[in-house]
Design a protein around this ligand. Structure first.
Ligand code: TRP
Ligand code: ZN
Length: 859
């Protein structure tokens, strides 16, 4: 973390196996929040046959002692460096190394390594946190068998956990408590975990398909034990699903989850001991929204699925992060599709990809799903590695078919069990199951940017056929493979044909007969359900898109065609400078009221795209103009369908606070109706929102009502904000949404931000609070990209503070400057100046330095 020595860049072509490995480690912790002593006994072994110096990673450690084969080593035999320890002449090709150091968990605000959160001590080691705990060969291709002994004051640490199985628990003669854990499965250091503190244990169990009983435990801080039942249900569903779908059975007798308040990301798949951001475990109907419940299901599934895809088969190096993340996201998406509604889940995933991954891939942080280089690995836990990575796996599953895909996955897990591998091994297993090569699939791993495909159409009068040519013109080299699910319709919306084509390489031609005797062109819907993660340019006329938006039998495709209709209207209105005719759009929207759609689906269909979605789609950055038009359209919709929305609201008003598809759908639909009603120019529906907030039985009802009152600037806004606070001031997770709601919409929310960050319940060291306040503000374009540049100044200041507290979070916040160079007027200049200011910080962290450097280069 010094600016004196520039941080090294890791390049994929420079990867080579390590000279030494440590197949076994015996770890000892003597816990104390201020001064923890850690000792590691390694079995060291030469990897290959030419010996050389041994380097162990180590950062911010206070070195105590080093022994080789039991004997203290003379200081002239090794060197303590800033990033580790170098032992010049290891004694032989196999030996014992014992090393001891001290750390201070209570001063560790980076939340990497061993740190304090509330009354507990816990670890986060992925990707390179282990080296902040003890000297180690801290790379994923060094697999170790762990034995862990923990001792400490039993009044501070009644619970002491690590991976695997508990061997014993006892009180020592000096009154300290000691526990010993053993994990039978070898694993890299990044999967090691330790938790100790005053935790409440909740317990459940699961019987595997072979009849074994697995004990399930969730540990929480006191007071939260009533909020774990949904997490347990989710875990059991995930365990069952992995058995039913892939035949994968859990491999230990104990599975533990710990809910942690201070956590840099969502959750972590440490073997047998998953650590979770508290907001992704704790939920009850009063305090959690339907979105929270669904995230809990997905993330519990995700971490559990890592037990096979990530842990049993792990990574050779960090360049291949997508091997476990893309694959595991794909698995959790599939799981949620099966547990909820496939079309709705797919719509959510595509919306997320388009709003977050597409811009990343078009911007200064763009990288292939297997990055070519990194300075700080933490910066590469990106939507590209995760979500685009999952799209590439989905592509493979579409090419093979899901049954063959399952065989390929089983082949992969059997063949590479206990090893660290790369995406090549994964693809080769898939090809083995397929029985032939998958052409060009590897290029998806090496090519950055969203491929842009164009559709061109020509008519051949002789054969009465239309030919569609689909061309990937975005890059000459690295040809790809695409799955193109398509359907074609006549001008009345009658389905004429549908199918799935595999496009190998830059171009594909599809010929279709025009059934219509007049030779009318068929209307073709390509890449239905985003069957490949691409941007498609078509020349479809507005009328044709409308036919698709009303008639596509595929709900996902129908939804996105309707969105396209809205985007077209936006584009025309921006160009002409006034609200263009909405008649057709209103008709299409109105047709939905007559359909018998799933309620959640219908609520998505009705929801007008957000400013960020519109801006990303049209590449327009005049947010004020877009917002004016957007609100104009929303008011028009509200006025035209007042009656329908009132009926919808009444029909769905009474809900039962349970997590069933029907009740979730009702809540969503009634909220959508309420949103439109609140935009009725008469303001006569505001009372509905006020009442909904007061009488809510479920957080989805309560927070939506408040959010809308804030967004429309209702005179009831302040009352709503105080009422909400009074009800929830003791619940940190609910306060997160309260903070977020006050800065997440609306123009120039500077004052709100500055007041809220001095609020006694705001803590800059807590990432959930930083996300709810600073990230929400920075994702609100009307505030962040304010013409004055004030939004940039505010966020830049906070990034500077976070640089010292938590570099990973600081870098994450800095990434939101990625779109600054595209803004209008003075904004790019102001942003650049702010970023250069950050770059000149005397103690600029490696995380922040890498991100800011890349963004500055894009100006
Ligand atoms: N591997 C985690 C996952 O399931 C993500 C992760 C990486 C993480 N680094 C972390 C989680 C740091 C918490 C803190 O996707
Ligand atoms: Zn993951």
């Amino acid at each position: 973390m010094t600016s004196s020595s520039p941080s090294p860049v890791h390049k994929i072509e420079e990867y080579s196996p390590n000279l030494w490995l440590t197949p076994k480690v015996d770890l000892r912790f003597d816990l104390d929040p201020h001064l923890t002593v850690v000792r590691a006994d390694y079995d060291v072994q030469l990897n290959g046959n030419s010996p050389g110096p041994l380097f162990l990673h180590g950062e911010n450690l206070e070195f105590l002692s080093l022994r080789l084969n039991g004997a203290i080593v003379d200081p002239s035999e090794f060197e303590i460096q800033e990033l580790g320890i170098l032992i010049y002449h290891p004694p032989s090709s196999k030996f014992q190394l014992t090393i001891e150091n001290r750390i201070c968990p209570s001063k560790n605000s980076s939340l990497e390594g061993l740190y304090q959160s509330g009354s507990m001590l816990c670890t986060q080691n992925e990707p390179e946190g282990f080296r902040k705990i003890v000297y180690a060969i801290d790379r994923p291709d060094n697999m170790m068998q762990f034995v862990v002994t923990i001792s400490g004051d039993p009044s501070l640490f009644p619970v002491m956990l690590s991976n695997g199985n508990l061997v014993y628990e006892k009180i020592l003669s000096d009154g300290k408590k000691e526990v010993k854990w053993e994990d039978p499965f070898p694993k890299p250091s990044y999967l090691f975990a330790l938790v100790a503190g005053e935790l409440v244990e909740t317990i459940d169990s699961f019987q595997t398909k072979s009849g074994r009983n697995v004990t399930l435990k969730i540990f929480v801080e006191k007071g939260n034990e009533k909020k774990v039942s949904f997490a347990f249900e989710s875990l059991k569903k995930a365990m069952k699903w992995d058995e039913d779908t892939f035949g994968l059975e859990y491999d230990l007798d104990l599975f533990m989850i710990v809910a942690v308040e201070d956590f840099n990301m969502g959750a972590m798949e440490n073997k047998g001991l998953n650590l979770f951001n508290a907001k992704l475990v704790l939920a009850d109907k009063k305090s959690a929204t339907d979105e929270t419940f669904e995230s809990i299901l997905a993330v519990i599934g995700h971490e559990y699925f890592h037990n096979w895809t990530g842990n049993r088969v792990t990574l050779r190096n960090w360049f291949n992060l997508t091997l476990k993340e893309g694959l595991t996201v794909f698995r959790d998406q599939w799981f949620t599709e099966d547990m909820t509604d496939p079309a709705v889940k797919r719509i959510k995933d595509i919306l997320f990809l388009k709003e977050h991954q597409f811009p990343e891939d078009q911007g200064p942080m763009s990288h292939p799903i297997v990055p070519k280089s990194y300075t700080e690995m933490n910066n590469f836990y990106t939507v590209t590695v995760y979500e685009k990575g999952a799209e590439v796996i989905r592509l493979v599953s579409e090419i093979l078919g899901r049954e063959t895909f399952k065989k390929g996955l089983m082949d992969y897990l059997t063949r590479y069990d206990g090893q660290g591998v790369t995406f090549e091994e994964f693809i080769s297993s898939m090809e083995a199951a397929f029985g032939k090569p998958i052409p060009n699939i590897r290029n998806w791993y090496h090519r950055s940017g969203t491929p842009k495909l164009q559709v061109k159409e020509t008519y051949d009068p002789k054969s009465n056929e239309w030919e569609f040519s689909i061309k990937d013109s975005s890059q000459k080299d690295l040809p790809l493979i695409f799955v193109n699910s398509y359907a074609c319709f006549d001008s009345n919306g009658t389905l004429l044909a549908e199918g799935k084509r595999i496009q190998e390489g830059h171009e594909d031609q599809i010929r279709m007969r025009a059934i219509d005797p007049s030779g009318n062109k068929p209307i073709v819907s390509f890449f239905r359900g985003l069957s490949s993660p691409i941007l498609l340019e078509t020349k479809l006329a507005k009328e044709e898109i409308r036919v698709l938006a009303e008639n596509e039998p595929d709900g996902v495709s129908r939804f996105f065609n309707f969105q396209n209709l809205i985007f077209l209207w936006m584009e025309e209105s921006i160009r002409s400078g006034k609200s263009e005719d909405l008649t057709r759009l209103l008709e299409t929207l109105g047709s939905g009221f007559k359909k018998d759609w799933d309620k959640t689906y219908f609520s998505f269909y009705l929801t007008f795209p957000s400013l960020n979605q519109i801006s990303e789609q049209l590449q327009c950055f005049d947010f004020l103009k877009m917002e004016t038009l957007r609100k104009e359209a929303i008011r028009n919709i509200a006025t035209k369908f007042t009656k329908e929305f009132q009926i919808l609201y009444e029909e769905n008003r009474k809900t039962i606070p349970i997590q069933t598809k029907e009740e979730i759908g009702k809540r969503r639909l009634k909220n959508t109706a309420l949103y439109y009603l609140l935009h009725d120019p008469s303001h006569r529906f505001e009372g509905l929102a006020v009442a909904q907030q007061r009488e809510a039985k479920h957080m989805s009802e309560e927070i939506s009502a408040l959010r809308y009152l804030i967004e429309i600037g209702s005179k009831e806004k302040e009352n709503g904000i105080s009422l909400f606070y009074d009800r929830w001031k003791e619940d940190a997770l609910v306060l997160d949404v309260w903070f977020a709601a006050q800065v997440g919409t609306g123009e120039n929310r500077f004052e709100e931000l500055e007041i809220l960050e001095t609020h006694p319940k705001f803590f800059i060291k807590n990432p959930n609070k930083v996300r709810s306040l600073y990230f929400s503000f920075a994702r609100n374009p009307l505030s962040f990209h304010s013409k004055s540049g004030k939004g940039y100044q505010i966020i830049a200041e906070r990034i500077k503070q976070l640089n010292v507290i938590n570099p990973q979070i600081a870098a994450g916040l800095a990434k939101l400057f990625s779109s600054a160079s595209k803004q209008n007027g003075d904004l790019p200049r102001i942003a650049k100046r702010e970023l250069e200011d950050i770059q000149n910080l005397p103690n600029l962290s490696k995380d922040l330095g890498e991100v800011v450097g890349k963004i500055i280069n894009s100006f």
